[in-house]
Design a protein around this ligand. Structure first.
Ligand code: GLV
Ligand code: MN
Ligand code: MN
Length: 413
């Protein structure tokens, strides 16, 4: 079958992304649109308005996931779906997530104005709380939707102020009535910035990940003994922050110790009471371990956990550990990955098969439907920062690949 001569409107996609970037826009040129915040609500409202303008069938489920469905010629066939997330990191970038929601929206606009029908229905989806920065873990709502995570457990996840997911979902008016429950999906494509340096380094426009590495999240709490820093001798102290410092360096050295093929990070730390003249009596920090090799990551964690216990013992600072979340590595459907690469080639774009270092809702979608992703380059390999950037030309290229991948999948009988 020859490819229809249709392309997305790059200028419109840019305008749409720029309008979204104003919601929660930061002085440093990024966005702060934490999950279920007022800014998240504002961006959702705008997205829903745009879905309404296209006369899509809109549904919002009990996790706040937003679906816009465009009927096909044969609505008994399972739909083809594409989406990503609207929430951002604190002081995050203008592309992470939102490109993968505005991209398929632009595809549907393009199909509408060209009166192109598809055999199967097409659905654009915005998943709630992909980042997990405010309500850990990440990808919580696609996880519930896919049946991998429990809804009521997700509802009770709390932010740093103790506000729960469900309270905040109610507050912003996005606790829908539709059950967050998977239905048959013919294919799922997620369009995203790469968030790493590979495409730029290799001079390629389109990345097709063969999958996503596994993610493991842990929450560590250390108890110490507070005291006046001046009169209290150094010996005999139970300084929770010093114990944390030792543990954090163990995390940082873990990938090298395990022979590579993994990354490990402490990104969040809370020190109590956080006063320069009080010995810290409580520290909480997070651990993020990622690898394509699930066994390696689990083995690494086992050793690390023992190191934490040893450090806690030697400093007299009891440690408690929550194994918060694990998602195994996700190898994507080979045929769909190939389709992304082939489609890029047919459109005249260079491409590269790679691995996704970042987590995506595609991990959970991959558990229930054939899944693939489309990546475009991140300038300087920077992401989760205000300077995150991708050229408009590349945004348009990725959306064109998405358009034709969606057309191909949606016209399969
Ligand atoms: C999600 O953005 C992640 O990779 O942590
Ligand atoms: Mn993302
Ligand atoms: Mn992200």
């Amino acid at each position: 079958m020859t490819m229809p001569d249709v392309r997305v409107n790059g200028a419109r996609l840019r305008k749409t992304l720029e309008e979204m970037a104003r919601i929660g826009g930061t002085p440093g040129g990024g966005v702060q649109r934490l999950a279920l915040s007022d800014e998240d609500k504002q961006a959702r409202d705008l997205f829903v308005r745009w879905l309404e303008e296209l006369n899509l069938e809109i549904s919002i489920d009990e996790m706040g996931n937003i679906f816009g469905r465009r009927p096909g010629k044969n609505n008994d066939l399972p739909p083809v779906m594409s989406g990503s997330h609207i929430d951002s990191q604190p002081k995050g970038g203008r592309f992470d997530g939102i490109l993968g929601v505005m991209g398929p929206l632009e595809v549907l606009r393009t199909l509408q104005e060209n009166s192109i029908e598809t055999e199967r229905p097409l659905i654009v989806v915005a998943w709630t709380n992909e980042e997990g920065s405010r309500f850990p873990p990440a990808m919580i709502a696609s996880g519930v939707w896919a049946g991998a995570l429990d809804r009521d457990w997700a509802y009770q996840r709390a932010d740093i102020q103790g506000k729960t997911f469900v309270q905040e979902l109610e507050r912003i008016g996005y606790r829908g009535r539709v059950p967050a429950r998977k239905f048959p999906v013919h294919a799922y494509y997620e369009y995203h910035i790469e968030q790493g340096p590979v495409l730029e380094r290799e001079g390629k426009t389109i990345g097709a990940p063969r999958g996503i590495q596994g993610l493991h999240w842990y929450d560590i709490t250390i108890e110490g003994e507070a005291n006046q820093v001046g009169p209290t001798p150094m010996e005999g102290r139970h300084d929770a922050l010093c114990a944390a410092a030792e543990m954090i360096l163990k995390v940082n050295r873990l990938p090298e110790k395990m022979g590579g093929n993994m990354v490990a990070t402490v990104g969040e730390i809370h020190n109590h009471p956080n006063s320069r003249n009080i010995i810290p009596d409580k520290v909480r920090f997070t651990v993020d371990i990622r690898s394509w090799d699930d066994e390696l990551a689990l083995g690494a964690w086992k050793g690390l956990k023992q190191d934490f216990k040893d450090i806690a013992g030697s400093r007299g600072c009891p440690v408690s550990i929550e194994e918060t979340w694990q998602v195994s590595h996700s190898p994507f459907e080979e045929a769909l990955v190939r389709r992304v690469l082939d489609t890029a080639g047919e459109l005249g774009y260079s491409s590269l098969k790679m691995v996704s270092g970042a987590g995506h809702d595609a991990s959970y979608m991959n558990q229930i439907a054939p899944t693939a992703m489309i990546f475009v380059p991140s300038i300087g390999g920077r992401s989760h920062v205000e300077v995150e950037n991708t050229t408009w030309e590349d945004c348009e290229a990725g959306a064109n690949v998405l358009l034709h991948c969606l057309l191909k999948s949606a016209n399969e009988g």
